[in-house]
Design a protein around this ligand. Sequence first.
Ligand SMILES: [Zn+2]
Ligand SMILES: [Zn+2]
Length: 256
Amino acid sequence: MGLADLHIHTVYSYDGTASISAVLKYAADYAALDVIAITDHDSIEGVNEALELAPSYGIEVIPGSEVSTADGHLLALFIDRPIPAGLPLYETVMRIGELGGICVAAHPTARGTSSLRFEKIHEVLQKPEIRKFLVGVEAFNGGLVYTRSNPLVELQARLLPLAQVGNSDAHVIQAIGQGATEFAGRTAADLRLALETGATKVRKGHGLDGWAVLRRYIPYYLMRKLGWVVYNPHPRATFTYARLSQVRGYQQSLVA
Ligand SMILES: [Zn+2]
Ligand SMILES: [Zn+2]
């Protein structure tokens, strides 16, 4: 059985606090994940760095982004080009499909952020062409401030003909894996098959309340505003802090 977290933010999101290397280190060594997706807001800027570094951390990375559609947030997975923000859900899903990708509806109905309504998801799924590409729904999101105690989301997600996905929506490394998805096999290809056949299973995190999430997040967010982010200089090293300006654009391969 493999374990994946398909919703993780890095410094390439305006509200992310961890470098790519820190995310990989925590995901592999502390959260024991086999596969992660890097899903920064409307950006694939960090994806190449993640793909390059992942083998030295012993983890597999799916290139992705969290797309701000006109109808709410949507996770695009297995894409190699950015997806424009602001398009309706239907157009966004079709574009992702044209790039060979698949999608997961992120935190449906969550307050405090732009979220898809279940009615909208049901509506687009009426079109058979959409079903090939919109394959999953976040039945559990471990990083939300507002809805983590809302069992209605889980019930409504089960009514959709989609793979049930658990994700962390991590903006700090300690949240990675607090919400994950179990699948048969170990690789990103195995996971994709499980998503496309509705064979995934949600693994919930420890269910912190909104205030606990914020309390962990605020110090890191303030550090980021001051120009410092969590960094890992080497797979066998521990975590440290680095200047954001030095981390961004960091492309040096640790494998070479
Ligand atoms: Zn979101
Ligand atoms: Zn997110």
